[in-house]
Design a protein. Structure first.
Length: 235
């Protein structure tokens, strides 16, 4: 499994090798004895090269659920990233189980790992997404400055998808937008466009619901100012 990780790290698309190793692991019942790091690295390697082996991924999902209490935050993030990246829809129980577990231990996760979890949660049903976002809002307000641009964009997008009358905390979304505007020079175009569209969506939803508000706590950036700045950067 170090071989899979090594090949993926250097972007060596050795499909026949990956399939052979996955076939062997499944036939010899080796997946169940893999350590969490090995489970994580294996599916991460497949997803990095956009390769998929149905039986192997099913067995990894089963093993992961059995060993979920042994997973480190990065293991959880890598596994969810891999299954979401490859759009493995048949094992939604894995995603819901890992997100539920992570929601109560988010203080142990690095911002970049939380960003991955938010991205994965965005592919789940509304209830699962809402519960996880509520956990993020409850634990990450003071950590938003440490989120990478892509993570801020993902957070802003997912929060903007929610009904503005039922936000877990509208100040959290405002803060995402303010920090994004302040760091706008660090954003790559895809993350910038995602944030721009999400800011427009959130602003229009608030106006529609009659819940638009002035933010005076931190006057440096308001959502309206962020919208103007992001718009100018997207030209």
């Amino acid at each position: 499994y170090q071989t899979l990780w090594a090949f993926a790290t250097v972007q060596c698309h050795a499909q026949s090798l990956f399939e052979s190793l996955a076939d062997s692991a499944c036939k010899r019942d080796l997946v169940s004895v893999l350590r969490p790091q090995e489970l994580s690295n294996s599916v991460w390697a497949f997803a990095t090269l956009l390769l998929y082996h149905e039986k192997f991924f099913r067995q990894v999902a089963e093993a992961t659920l059995l060993k979920r209490n042994q997973l480190l935050p990065q293991n959880t993030a890598n596994i969810l990233w891999a299954y979401t990246k490859l759009e493995v829809q048949y094992w939604s129980m894995l995603s819901k189980g890992l997100l539920s577990m992570a929601a109560v231990t988010l203080h142990k996760y690095l911002p970049q790992d939380i960003s991955v979890l938010v991205w994965a949660a965005g592919r789940e049903d509304e209830l699962t997404r809402r519960k996880f976002l509520e956990a993020v809002v409850a634990t990450c307000f003071d950590r938003l400055d440490h989120f990478p641009p892509k993570g801020l964009a993902t957070l802003t997008k997912q929060l903007s998808r929610m009904n503005p009358t039922t936000y877990p905390d509208s100040d959290f979304l405002d803060q995402c937008i303010r920090i994004s505007a302040r760091k706008i020079g660090d954003f790559e175009r895809p993350a910038l466009l995602t944030t721009f569209r999400a800011t427009i969506r959130a602003t229009m939803q608030r106006q529609k619901q009659g819940n638009a508000k002035k933010v005076n706590k931190i006057p440096k950036w308001t959502p309206h100012e962020a919208l103007i700045i992001m718009g100018s950067q997207c030209q």
